[in-house]
Design a protein. Structure first.
Lengths: 541, 305
């Protein structure tokens, strides 16, 4: 009996210690996540009450969130969207027409081929009360130019010098004539930052806090989870209607859609076609579609290059490349992606300078018989073509399989290798190990054609190995267009480049992709031309 | 006992160092972090520049030993994804994962203990069949599928519970059920079989002969003695729980360590992976140590020196 009591005591002690442990860890666990987060302007935010109070609060369901809130250090789409709500740039694109419009600069003047003068808007203040002026502009861009570890550094090296002419006048000189100047000035990292705050931060080594002049000011950031912003009540374009804006990371698409259906979030990105009916039939939610700048393409290796010097393959023969082009039925591919694309023969999409009806909304010539003839002429004898594709875009694996079937139907012997995007980038794309074919999608958030053909400048042809008369001409045109300050003549140059690429087929462009957002009816916001989520003008109903 | 615990803690060091080596090999031999740091248009020169800036141009063994040296001094290095120290990033996320793990464990115990006991007591009856079939099914169903089904039923249809996140108190219910139900199945089966074994012991018959009530015998003599294999299993499930948290956190957008790790692995953010797995490894080993210590309390014949 005595023994039993002793045992029980031990047992009780064990139970007690377990309970204490449970309570302790529960306490540790329920400590507000805000403890470990960066809090700035608004202090610690009680996220639960924000969600509960629908009044003026909008929650956006993203697939990912930025890794940095400092504009020049993260250029992912998610980062760009979040930065543009906190920071303003000097020049901005009209969200509907893509025309340049004055933003923090009231006006600008192109003095000569390499000199641009900006007249700055007066009376604008940063979220921390600092005044916006020429010092802020100079500090922001000098910071990027002086730090080559910043991921966007290379994108800004077109700037030679920044001179302050007066407190509200800045002159920027470019290294060479820069026709894409305004486009680049509104590109990734363009957000003007508060200089006093920035300098103090750099000096103290404190964690970065984003302070801009944009419609929303930063409140808190839980990495990979959510970013909270509050309305900038003294925004120079007027206070936004959204009072609290929360960006949540919801990588799983079915979770995003479910959250929209239940009203947990007001806007979700990239809703797959199978969920459209569910969202549209649900009371208070709907789907909006918009064209992105993303173009799915086939890239063909036409010859060896420095990193792949011994490469030989049948796509060296222009007739084989043309045969591949004739063998592809673009409309069938678009059907495979639930109609989420329009057929194109170029990466230059409207309203980018140099776009043309000749290449946009064109299915090209689908002619399997001609393809077979060309293969016969080329003396093709069943040699294997390696075809690499990742799975990062909508139904990309299915599209790759369909293309393989189309190519095999004209007699080509295709070895399709589908891999996840990480493997594709690490083993094929960046070590330039692509062989006959690979499929990928590329976008153009600059709305300027320079970036769409850059890979075919003679010093950048690691993946195509393109050479010959047309290739030389394209190189010449790319270099001329890059410094051509006459837009009309420049557009002609890009048109010619597109024609030559289609003729020689180092690329076969397939389709320009649509994307979707799911929206709650009480949020009145239309996706702009580029689909970017700038929420400064969103209305709440 | 103190000496035992201390020596067990010391024994944790070699496996944790081994873990850093395995991770380094898996992440670095298998892939190139630079591929995730540059734009699609990057030239060879730009790629080389980034490689040098992050020290990825050094021989692999040098990179590893440099890193190991830092780890031994408690510095796991910087996350190149977030440009900030990796360990604080990991520790920031640990509470959410522990909270989820604990809640899942509670769910698992609430399901497994009654189910295991009932299945044993009513062996070969429909109750037993229900429990054993249920546990097989439960183990076979993937976590993410259970999670999505629970969201569709309890959030979208019934609107009882929030879909995701960690912003409301009830947000934890669905992820905890998703993760907990998987462990419950394993635990229930172990408890059932060890209960069956205990129930065949002579002391049970003796107690019965003394006229002690059926449920008193079962709880006081039966469950108590059946607990050792059960607790062992419980300890092993901690690893399963942390592993499962990666998927469950992704589905429910739960801001824990699992999601941080998954994203880090995808872009080969080595410092974060090292720090995260190190913490996971430590938690698993500590849980197993606790299990071993608990044996002494459960069975007085076990002594540690």
């Amino acid at each position: 009996m005595l023994e039993r009591i002793k045992l029980s005591r031990n047992f009780m002690l064990f139970l007690l210690s377990m309970i204490v442990m449970v309570i302790l860890s529960a306490c540790a666990a329920s400590a507000p996540a805000g403890d470990a987060q960066t809090t700035a302007a608004g202090g610690e935010a009680d996220a639960s009450s924000e969600i509960a109070a629908d009044n003026g609060t909008v929650v956006i369901g993203m697939n990912e969130l930025p890794t940095s809130l400092d504009p020049p250090t993260d250029w992912a789409i998610a980062a760009t969207w979040i930065h543009m709500n906190i920071f303003d740039c000097l020049v901005w694109r009209d969200r509907e027409t893509a025309e340049f419009e004055p933003w923090l600069a009231e006006s600008w003047e192109n003095i000569d081929d390499t000199t641009w003068r900006f007249k700055l808007r007066e009376g604008v203040t940063f979220h921390n009360g600092e005044e916006f002026n020429a010092d802020a502009v100079e500090w922001t861009y000098r910071r990027i130019l002086e730090d080559d570890t910043m991921i966007t550094h290379g994108q800004w090296t077109f700037i030679d010098s920044i001179n302050i002419l007066s407190p509200y006048e800045v002159e920027i000189k470019t290294v060479a004539p820069e026709p894409a100047f305004l486009s680049k000035m509104s590109g990734t990292g363009c957000g003007i930052q508060a200089p006093q705050q920035g300098m103090a931060q750099a000096e103290s080594g404190a964690e970065y806090t984003p302070i801009g002049t944009g419609p929303f000011q930063f409140v808190e950031w839980a990495k990979d989870d959510h970013v909270t912003m509050s309305a900038n009540e003294s925004y120079w374009q007027g206070a936004p209607e959204i009072k609290t804006l929360i960006w949540r990371s919801m990588p799983e698409v079915s979770t995003r859609v479910a959250s929209l259906l239940t009203g947990d979030v007001d806007l979700v990105i990239s809703v797959p076609a199978q969920d459209w009916d569910r969202v549209n039939n649900n009371e208070g939610t709907s789907i909006e579609q918009f064209l992105t700048t993303q173009v799915m393409l086939l890239a063909l290796r036409t010859g060896p290059s420095e990193k792949n010097p011994d490469w030989t393959g049948v796509t060296e023969d222009i007739r084989v490349r043309q045969a591949i082009s004739y063998a592809i039925d673009r409309q069938a591919l678009i059907d495979l992606i639930d109609g989420m694309g329009i057929p194109v023969l170029s990466r230059v999409t409207p309203p980018t300078l140099g776009w043309s009806d000749e290449f946009v909304n064109q299915t090209g010539d689908y002619d399997p018989e001609r393809a077979k003839e060309l293969l016969q002429e080329a003396g093709y004898n069943g040699e294997e073509l390696t075809f690499n594709s990742s799975t990062s875009w909508l139904n990309q694996k299915e599209v790759a399989e369909a293309i393989t079937a189309m190519l095999e139907a004209v007699g080509l012997n295709i070895d399709l290798q589908v891999m996840d995007v990480t493997t594709f980038r690490e083993q094929i794309y960046f070590p330039y190990k692509n062989e006959e074919l690979y499929m990928d999608s590329l976008g153009n958030s600059f709305f300027d054609p320079w970036i769409t053909v850059l890979s075919e400048r003679s010093d950048r042809r690691e993946r195509s190995g393109w050479s010959g008369e047309n290739a030389d001409r394209v190189d010449e045109l790319i270099r001329e267009a890059a410094v051509n300050m006459d837009p009309a003549a420049r557009a002609e140059q890009y048109l010619e480049i597109q024609r030559l690429i289609n003729e020689d087929a180092p690329y076969i462009y397939l389709y320009q992709m649509y994307d979707t957002v799911g929206l709650s009816d009480h949020l009145n916001w239309n996706p702009p031309l580029d689909g970017f989520l700038w929420m400064g003008d969103a209305k709440i109903e | 006992m103190t000496r035992y615990i201390f020596s067990r803690l010391l024994q944790m060091i070699p496996p944790l160092i081994g873990l850093t080596l395995i991770l380094f090999v898996l992440l670095r031999i298998g892939g190139d972090p630079v591929a995730h740091l540059v734009r699609p248009e990057a030239t060879q020169d730009e790629i080389a520049q980034v490689r040098a800036a992050y020290g990825f141009d050094q021989p692999l063994y040098k990179q590893y030993f440099r890193q190991l040296g830092l780890i031994l001094r408690g510095d796991f290095g910087d996350s190149f994804r977030f440009r900030t120290a990796a360990m604080p990033l990991v520790l920031e996320r640990l509470p959410a994962t522990l909270e989820l793990a604990l809640a899942s464990m509670i769910v698992a115990l609430i399901i497994a203990i009654p189910a295991g006991i009932l299945a044993a007591v009513y062996q070969n009856t429909p109750i037993d069949l229900f429990v054993t079939t249920g546990s097989t099914l439960g183990r076979a169903m993937p976590n993410f599928w259970i999670g999505i089904m629970l969201i569709l039923i309890f959030s979208v249809q019934l609107r009882w519970l929030p879909v995701s996140g960690r912003l409301e108190p009830f947000s934890i219910v669905l992820p905890a059920i998703t993760l907990g139900s998987g462990i419950a199945t394993a635990l229930a089966r172990v408890l059932r079989s060890s209960m069956l074994e205990v129930m065949r012991q002579e002391y049970m018959t003796t107690a019965k002969a003394k006229g002690v009530g059926k449920w008193t015998i079962l709880i006081r003599h039966g469950v108590r003695n059946a607990l050792i294999p059960f607790i062992t299993m419980l300890g092993l499930q901690v690893a399963w729980l942390l592993g499962g948290s990666v998927i469950v956190e992704e589905v429910f957008a739960w801001p824990g360590l699992g999601r941080l790790l998954l994203n880090a692995v995808l872009v080969r953010d080595l410092a974060v992976v090292q720090a995260g797995v190190f913490v996971f490894g430590f938690v698993v080993m500590a849980a197993n140590l606790l299990v071993d210590i608990s044996y002494a309390f459960l069975d007085p014949r076990i002594r540690y020196r």
